[in-house]
Every structure is written in structure tokens, then in C-alpha cells.
Design a protein around this ligand. Structure first.
Ligand code: HEM
Ligand code: NAG
Ligand code: NAG
Length: 327
């Protein structure tokens, strides 16, 4: 290749990358509050930390809250609104926790810099801090989201269900401009947290009316799960999504999937599908490829992508005074 051609290629690549990052962040920028509310990020962090010190399971709750916010009406705090027909009342959202942490952060921020920091940004920042407190990676969160004015329970069907096939999971993520690699990376969030027996017990007994358990479950693990969730036991009993390390944000979740120790059907299916299998395998082996492939390196990038889904910026939406109510 001639020098001039090579230069042209390099310039095109740089322009392409700049375009991608600007688009990926949807008009957000890191440090958006640095002059209007300089202590905003520190207040989110210290509040999340004080709750975490009392109850480390709050980290998983806050991470999931942000995901459920982003997949319905974009990352705009719509999941925080209360009311009979609001998102929060939709079936997939009934187990959400952590609302009190968001309210506590918001009350402090309103006292310090009223009307400046959005509830949507509080969710994005709290998710970052929650991961870091759980020993996970950290990243700079682009901010400047505005809060939405719509919250409707009927739209929560955008959210994935634990019984979704990979094809359906893929389609629900693709609808938010997230690819197979993002899907596997983001579902890696299940390295922390818990689930109700109700969401996976059907895998343990007479799965798909075969009389047997789901054959993809590791035999030793099947016995443990059956002991935790007997056929007619309490469906709301909590079980770790990541066997043996539910409070640590690590790659154990991917090893579990590889070994047939996934709890949710949707998680275990990531090993069975040709397109997602390789990503799980790489993360489980902690392999660092040419362009980076390690989970702790990829998770922040995927989170920044998810955190920018259909965001409202500039004069759109509002900055709520109370996160659970429209102004
Ligand atoms: C195909 C995609 C996904 C499905 C089907 C799914 C499904 C579920 C289900 C059924 C639970 C248990 C809920 C309960 O019993 O209360 C759960 C928990 C959780 N999910 Fe997901 N999820 C998906 C993707 C994600 C993503 C992308 C994130 C975040 C980036 C995430 C974060 C979490 C966390 C942290 C928990 C634990 C919550 C807690 O302990 O309170 N999930 N998920
Ligand atoms: C499994 O479910 C099918 C369909 O409901 C039923 O006909 C069958 O008897 C069940 N088998 C066992 C072992 O419970
Ligand atoms: C466990 C871990 O990775 N903690 C990190 C949290 O974030 C800070 C930077 O903000 C890192 O220095 C820590 O290593």
C-alpha cells in the first residue's frame, strides 16, 4: 500500500471511530455535572456505598434497575414512576429493588443543587458504583440524561424473559442496537444477584413434559437446585444466579454456564447457541484477544452502550424533583 493510501485508510478509521463513539453516547458526556453540581457523582457513590455496607445484595438490585429502565422508553428514569399503570407495576418489574437508594440520593442532590441532576443519571451512576463495590471494573459514565414523561406497564414486554430462546433474546437486544456480543457481555451481570425459584423451577421437574429435568443442567447441580426448590415449595425462595460467588463481580458466572451450572434457562442457552457459545468460552477462560476480550474490559464498554439507549438530552423531558413522580 502507498503511504498516501495508508494515511487515507487511517483517517477514515479515526473518523469512523469518532462517529461511533459520539453516536454510542447519544449526546451524553462524562462529567456533565462538573460545574453545575460538582459533588453529584460523589454523593451517588457514598450513598450506594453506605447501603452496600449494610446489605451487599443491593448492588445487584441497582444494576438490574438500570437495565430495566433502559429497555423501556430508553434510560430515562421511567421505571421509577409509581402508579397502577406505570412500568414499575408490570410483571417483569415486580421483583425490582433499590428504589429507596435512588430516592435518598435524589433528596441529597435536590438539597445541594435543585433541579439539576436527573433520576436517569442517578441510575446509570449507581449501577457503575454497584459493580465497582462488588469488586468489578469501573468506568467513566457519560451523563446528561433527562427524565422521561411517560411510564407505561404495557411497554415492559420489551424486557427479556428467562424462558426466551436465544433467537428472542437476540431480537430484543437487537431492537436496542445491541448485538450478540453485547448480549452475552451484559447478561454477565448475573455474576451477582439472585432469582426466585419460580423463574427456573420448571427446569428441574418434568421439563417440557418429558418427565425429566432440563438435560443441559449439570447432574450434581441439579440435585442442589432440587433441594433448594422442591416441587411444591415456596416459589419466592431466593437462589444465587452465580453458584458460589453471588456477591463477587467475576468470571465465575461464565464458568458456570460452560459447566452446565447456569440457573436461568436463558443463561444456560448462551452455551448452546453457536453465536453466543464462543463469547461465553472466551470470558470463562479469561482470554485477552487482540482487541481485548476479557470480561472486565468488555463489560464497561457494553454498559456505556446500554446506558445510552434512546436517551433524552438537551431540552427533552425534564429533571424530576422526586424520582417516583413526574413534575
Ligand atoms: C436475556 C436477558 C435477561 C434475562 C432473561 C434476565 C432475567 C432475569 C431474571 C428472571 C432475574 C431474577 C429476578 C427475580 O427473581 O427477582 C434476573 C436478575 C438479575 N438480572 Fe437479569 N436478565 C437478563 C439480562 C440482564 C442484564 C442485561 C442485566 C444488567 C446489565 C441484568 C441484571 C440482573 C441482576 C443484577 C439480577 C439480580 C437482581 C437481584 O439480585 O435483585 N440482567 N434477571
Ligand atoms: C409430565 O407432564 C406431562 C404433561 O403435563 C404429563 O402427562 C406427565 O404425566 C408428566 N410426567 C411426570 C413424570 O410427572
Ligand atoms: C475492585 C475494583 O476494581 N475497584 C475499583 C473501583 O474503582 C476505582 C477507580 O474509581 C479503582 O481504583 C478500583 O480498583
Amino acid at each position: 500500500m502507498q503511504m498516501a493510501q495508508m494515511h487515507l485508510v487511517l483517517v477514515s478509521v479515526v473518523i469512523l471511530l469518532m462517529g461511533l463513539s459520539a453516536k454510542g453516547q447519544g449526546g451524553l458526556k462524562s462529567g456533565f455535572y462538573s460545574s453545575t453540581c460538582p459533588r453529584a457523582e460523589a454523593i451517588v457513590k457514598s450513598t450506594v456505598e453506605s447501603h452496600f455496607n449494610r446489605d451487599p445484595t443491593i448492588a445487584a438490585a441497582l444494576l438490574r434497575l438500570h437495565f430495566h429502565d433502559c429497555f423501556v422508553q430508553g434510560c430515562d428514569g421511567s421505571v421509577l414512576i409509581t402508579g397502577a399503570s406505570a412500568e414499575r407495576n408490570a410483571l417483569p418489574n415486580l421483583g425490582l429493588r433499590g428504589f429507596e437508594v435512588v430516592d435518598e440520593v435524589k433528596a441529597q442532590l435536590e438539597a445541594l443543587c435543585p433541579g439539576v441532576v436527573s433520576c436517569a443519571d442517578i441510575l446509570a451512576l449507581a449501577a457503575r458504583d454497584a459493580v465497582n463495590l462488588s469488586n468489578g471494573p469501573s468506568w467513566s459514565v457519560p451523563t446528561g440524561r433527562r427524565d422521561g414523561r411517560i411510564s407505561s406497564s404495557s411497554e415492559a414486554s420489551n424486557l427479556p424473559s428467562p424462558a426466551d430462546s436465544i433467537a428472542v433474546q437476540r431480537q430484543k437486544f437487537a431492537a436496542k442496537s445491541l448485538n450478540d456480543h453485547d448480549l452475552v457481555t451484559l447478561v454477565g451481570a448475573h455474576t451477582i444477584g439472585q432469582t426466585d425459584c419460580l423463574f427456573f423451577r420448571y427446569r428441574l421437574y418434568n421439563f417440557t413434559a418429558t418427565g425429566n429435568a432440563d438435560p443441559t443442567i449439570n447432574q450434581a447441580f441439579l440435585g442442589q437446585l432440587q433441594a433448594l426448590c422442591p416441587p411444591n415449595g415456596d416459589g419466592s425462595k431466593r437462589v444465587a444466579l452465580d453458584k458460589d460467588s453471588q456477591l463477587k463481580f467475576d468470571i465465575n458466572y461464565f464458568k458456570n454456564i460452560r459447566d452446565g451450572n447456569g440457573v436461568l434457562e436463558s443463561d444456560q442457552r448462551l452455551w448452546g447457541d453457536a453465536a453466543t457459545h464462543g463469547v461465553v468460552q472466551n470470558y470463562a477462560g479469561n482470554i485477552r484477544g487482540l482487541l481485548g476480550f476479557r470480561f472486565d474490559f468488555e463489560f464497561p464498554k457494553a454498559m456505556i452502550k446500554m446506558s445510552s439507549i434512546e436517551v433524552k438530552t438537551g431540552a427533552q423531558g425534564e429533571i424530576r424533583n422526586i424520582c417516583s413522580k413526574f413534575n
